[in-house]
Design a protein around this ligand. Sequence first.
Ligand code: ZN
Length: 202
Amino acid sequence: MFDSHAHIGETTASALVCTACAYEYDKLSGFRYKAAGSLPGYGKPDLDAIMKAASEGLCIGEIGLDRRYGCRDEQIATLRDILSIAADCDAFTIFHIIRDYEMALRLIDEYGIKRFMVHSFSSSYEMAREIIKRGGIISLSPKAERLRSFQRILTLPFVTETDMKTGKEEMETLEIWNQKLSILAFADVGRRSEEMMMEVLR
Ligand SMILES: [Zn+2]
């Protein structure tokens, strides 16, 4: 079982561990699958630190657009700076997008990002298809159950996540979530999710 998007907790190789700001990067050393990120609401990004991490083979994330925090133009400018690093290093990139999916997609196209995931996907079935068409992966957290097109999204390929700190509670949550989705999607969702992630993270 693999958690496609988690945060720093107990050391594990069973999760892609993402960060929200540079002060967390030092705590990533014990993890196997890890990402250096910068989220809206967590201050200015440390571009040098992100560049260093990406050139050492780390993923980039989470990064993104979130209308709940601060100035949108500033978020877009920050995202541009980081996507230029992602493109240069061909780093697998994890996006966090709240409501601003069209703009995120435009930037993904502009920077030619092909290896990426949109975590805790929260948009429409049509948007999910646009992401997949570009080579991206959609990741569903338990919040996805609230989406209007939840049932239709389950007919598409997706991975699963908790967005929790790694540890016992996280693994239990993931197991329940995978079981629930496996029944609804008529597939072994946990196994497929792990296979899809190993394919992009190898
Ligand atoms: Zn997260």
